[in-house]
Each structure stands twice: as structure tokens, then as C-alpha cells.
Write a protein that binds this ligand. Structure first.
Ligand code: ZN
Ligand code: ZN
Length: 440
């Protein structure tokens, strides 16, 4: 333990002035952390109420656009905001300026409602460096425990089949959660198919049960398993042809409707999106239903033009979007006479390509070449919104605001209790983590 600093000697005025400066830094930092807690509360509410869902991909994308945070920092804010919603003690400590945002950020990576008290004690006592070391150790224990559990489950998997005296096959098994989910999905799909078949044949066919009774849940599951096995054997397990099967062909009917290859009708808007950068095949059908025109990739943006488009736009041009890979969107669709030329094209990511075709968002190019995006309500979405008005003396405003909230923040509010002793991370983790092996 380091010796206490002697207080009896008179302090040099220069040293005293620097100490005051240091105190001011510490005090203002605690005020900012308290204000950050309020900011995170607002972000959590905005996120939960879907306030960002106005063309933005996520709350983090909205934050990056609206307040100019880099996307990584914005994502972290949203993560911490959500986590603090379930960790009231950590949230309160941050709101009182007692732990810094950096500490709260680290602690929310591992804290649960059961462990937050213990972790908060670490946050109060240690420096941010200690906190990060403890969190790293904690995650190691979490990962080990999780790996042990997964390995255990994997070892315990099994399926046995044997015949009963009456000739029925008895299944007995334990499946890992992911395989279990797969099986349940397959059974549900098979049950649905059987149900559909049954209701379409209801009048034409005699009931499946000789007595006329409807089959029980368990009986339906058994029928579904039979269908799953049948389908698997029929189609085989070779997935080489899967790509072929999922290729999309858009059929444009004479009525103006569009139909996808596998049946479902899609709206005119969706069909325009699917054919906007037509890497898909489309067929126009006449009144007799026969194809009168096949547009195989004819409207695809040629490679040289696509390169030019990617070089010019670099990323999706929707305000606030950072996605680098995109689709070439015809500002005026080619079906309405829009040419496949650079000035009529804009790079949009999948999400925003859908937004402009199917969700009522609009993009136009102004006479000066600038892009103008508008929401479904017709309101312009600026590339970067104006910054909020800031109080003339933001620091005084912040202090007043915190004081009005009942906070008494001083230069010592966020001071760790640490007195300089060595931190034994291994010992600390084994004493704190509920799954670590206790020291004997
Ligand atoms: Zn488009
Ligand atoms: Zn985008």
C-alpha cells in the first residue's frame, strides 16, 4: 500500500492550481457521465419505441446519421443502453456519476441481474484498467462454462430405434437444441402439408381414421415424421441442385401483374425492384399465357457502367447508410422509359432498394446532380441533419440540470477506492464469478 501523501507541508501555488484544474476535470467528467446515463435512457426508449424505423437500418444507423457518431460507437451506445435497462444498479451508479461510461460499458458486457452488484463493487473499487481485466477474465470463465455445456450436450446426443412386441417402432432420443429446432421445423412443415392435403381432399376422400375421429396431436406428429422421411428419400441428400431451384424468374402477365416462378403473385412495386437491376430472368406473357418476350439479363447494368457507378457512389446513398455493396437502382425505372445511364442510376443497399420501391420512399436527382431522398410522408431526408442548438454555456447548463436532478457531484465522486495494491485477476474472478471454481 503506498504511503499517504504528507499533508502538513504547504503546497506550492503552482501545484495547488494544477490540483484545482485536475479536480475540475474530474468533476466535469462525472457530470458528463451522469448526463450520459440520461442520454442512454433516451436512446433505450427511442429504440424500444422504434423511433429510428423511418428508413434507417437500425437505431445505431439513425444515431450515426442524427448526431454524427461513428457507427461503431453508435452501436456500442445502443448495446449499453439496452443492457442498462435490465441492470438497475449499474444504471443508477452511472446516473450518479459514480462510475464512468467506460466502466459501465465494460461491465455491461458480462453483468446479469444476478451478478451486477458484485460487478458494480469492482467498478467502484477499481480503475478502468482493473475493470477491463476483470471483465476479460469473466468472459473467459463464461466461454469455458458455455463450451463445457455445449460439449456435454453434444456428447449426450443419441437416437435409438427398436421394435416393440406388436411390431411398432419405438424412438428414443436426445438431440442438441439446434438439431431439435431443425426437426421441429421439418415436422411442422410436414404437418401443415398434410393438413392442406386433407382439407383439399376432404369431400373427395374417405376420412383417414376408420372411426371418423380426428387424429390426435401425437398421431399427426407420427404422420408428419413419415412424410419427412419420404420426402428426404425422394429428393436425396445431394444439395447440388439447390441453387438452380432458388433462381428467381419473374413472369410479367398481360394483366400487368407479376408472378414469381414458384407461384406467388407479387405487387407491381416488388416486380419493379426485382427487375430494376435485372440480374433475374423475366418473361412477358401474352393473353394466351405463352411467353411473348424473355428478358434474360437485358437490363443488367453492364460491368463498365457498374464499376463507374460503384466508383462514384462508393456506398448506399440513402442518408445515414454505410453499406458498401449495393444494387444499381434506376431513378426512373426502365419500364417507364428511364435509361440505363450513370445519371439515372444510384447505388442502394438491399434494404434501401426495397424502401424506394415498396415502402414509399422516393429518390430524385436535382438539376445540380444532387440526390434528394424523401420519406413516405413527402418530407425530405437530409444527408446530414442540422446539429441541435446548444446552450450558450453548456457546462453550466449541465451542472444546473444535474443539480436539479438531486445529484451532488464533486471531484471525488468517481474516484476508485483502489490504493495501489496489486490486482490478482485470477483470484478476483474465482471469488466473484458464480461459475468459477472456488479457491480452497
Ligand atoms: Zn430500383
Ligand atoms: Zn442502404
Amino acid at each position: 500500500m503506498p504511503a499517504e501523501r504528507p499533508c502538513s507541508q504547504p503546497t506550492h501555488p503552482r501545484v495547488a492550481a494544477l490540483e484545482r484544474l485536475g479536480d475540475e476535470i474530474a468533476e466535469l467528467s462525472a457530470h458528463l457521465d451522469a448526463a450520459t446515463a440520461r442520454l442512454l435512457d433516451l436512446i433505450r426508449e427511442f429504440d424500444a419505441r422504434g423511433g429510428w424505423n423511418t428508413g434507417f437500418r437500425s437505431c445505431a444507423h439513425w444515431l450515426a446519421w442524427r448526431v454524427g457518431l461513428d457507427l461503431g460507437a453508435a452501436r456500442e451506445r445502443v448495446r449499453v443502453a439496452r443492457a442498462l435497462g435490465t441492470l438497475p444498479r449499474l444504471a443508477e451508479a452511472l446516473a450518479r456519476g459514480e462510475i464512468s461510461y467506460s466502466k459501465a460499458r465494460a461491465l455491461t458486457r458480462v453483468a446479469s441481474p444476478e451478478t451486477e452488484s458484485r460487478l458494480l463493487a469492482v467498478g467502484r473499487a477499481g480503475t478502468v484498467c482493473h475493470v477491463e481485466q476483470i471483465v476479460r477474465g469473466w468472459r473467459r470463465v463464461d466461454r469455458l462454462a458455455e463450451a463445457r455445456e455445449t460439449a456435454q450436450r453434444h456428447r449426450n446426443r443419441g437416437l435409438t430405434l427398436h421394435y416393440d412386441d406388436d411390431g411398432m417402432l419405438i424412438l428414443h432420443g436426445r438431440l442438441t437444441p439446434e438439431v431439435g429446432a431443425l426437426l421441429r421445423q421439418a415436422l411442422a412443415a410436414a404437418r401443415e402439408t398434410l393438413h392442406r392435403r386433407a382439407s383439399s381432399h376432404e369431400t373427395a376422400m374417405p376420412p383417414t381414421e376408420p372411426s371418423g375421429a380426428t387424429s390426435s396431436q401425437a398421431q399427426q406428429q407420427a404422420d408428419a415424421l413419415a412424410l419427412v422421411a419420404e420426402a428426404a428419400l425422394q429428393q436425396g441428400f445431394d444439395s447440388e441442385t439447390v441453387g438452380e431451384r432458388y433462381q428467381v424468374v419473374v413472369h410479367l402477365e398481360s394483366s400487368g401483374h407479376a408472378v414469381l416462378d414458384d407461384g406467388p403473385h407479387v405487387s407491381a412495386e416488388t416486380s419493379e425492384r426485382l427487375t430494376c437491376d435485372a440480374t433475374r430472368t423475366w418473361m412477358r406473357h401474352g393473353h394466351d399465357g405463352l411467353p411473348v418476350e424473355v428478358g434474360a439479363r437485358t437490363r443488367t447494368i453492364p460491368p463498365a457502367l457498374r464499376r463507374a457507378l460503384e466508383r462514384r457512389d462508393e456506398r448506399c446513398r440513402f442518408p445515414g447508410c454505410e453499406v458498401r455493396r449495393g444494387q444499381g437502382h434506376h431513378i426512373q425505372h426502365w419500364a417507364h422509359g428511364g435509361p440505363t445511364i450513370l445519371s439515372n442510376l444510384v447505388l442502394l443497399c438491399r434494404r434501401h432498394h426495397r424502401a424506394v420501391h415498396e415502402e414509399g420512399y422516393q429518390v430524385t436527382r436535382e438539376a445540380d446532380g444532387a440526390l434528394q431522398f424523401k420519406g413516405p410522408d413527402g418530407a425530405a431526408i437530409p444527408a446530414s441533419p442540422p446539429t441541435a442548438l446548444v446552450h450558450e454555456d453548456p457546462v453550466a447548463a449541465l451542472r444546473t440540470c444535474n443539480e436539479q436532478a438531486g445529484l451532488r457531484i464533486t471531484a471525488r465522486t468517481a474516484l476508485p477506492y483502489w490504493l495501489g495494491e496489486h490486482l490478482d485477476v485470477g483470484w478476483a474472478i474465482s471469488a466473484l464469478h458464480p461459475l468459477a471454481n472456488p479457491i480452497r
